[in-house]
Design a protein around this ligand. Structure first.
Ligand SMILES: [Zn+2]
Length: 148
């Protein structure tokens, strides 16, 4: 690297995966810089403008303030985000990743544990939803997402 231009640098074939990935991002920025794609509103280059350009267009979801706000514990926000995205590591997902388990719901021990069962079909969950809502709450995936 010494005395060479960073923009023209090409990693060696035996370079680490991480270094090659950094160089791929560098090449993206180089291409964006040459084509004036990541200038901010004033026509100047900044790290923030480059980061926004690299991320691409973002859509704001309606449940964002419920999950991500300053009154929530960050760990709880993260778990709520996983639940909404249906990415919580339920037993069916663990099995899909090859992590052995009995597959049964730990709350009722009578059904297989997946996202839908854990939050909307398990008798224990239904009782919890009923208590939390003050009674009469219809538990379903659609009702939950409507609540958000
Ligand atoms: Zn259950």
């Amino acid at each position: 690297m010494k005395g060479r231009d960073w923009f023209d640098y090409v990693p060696f074939i035996n370079s680490s995966w991480t270094w090659k990935k950094i160089c791929v991002v560098k090449d993206k920025f180089k291409h964006g810089y040459i084509n004036n794609q990541w200038c901010d509103g004033n026509g100047e280059y900044s790290v923030a403008a480059g980061y926004r350009w690299l991320q691409g267009p973002q859509t704001k979801v309606h449940w964002f303030p419920v999950v991500w706000n300053r009154f929530n514990v960050p760990k709880h926000s993260f778990i709520a985000w996983l639940i909404i995205k249906e990415r919580l590591l339920t037993k069916d997902r663990l099995l899909a990743f090859g992590i052995p388990n009995d597959g049964k719901c730990d709350l009722c021990s009578s059904h297989n544990e997946d996202h839908k069962h854990l939050f909307y079909q398990c008798e224990f969950s239904i009782r919890c939803w009923d208590i939390l809502s003050g009674g009469g709450y219809v538990v379903s995936d659609l009702a939950f997402k409507k609540y958000l």
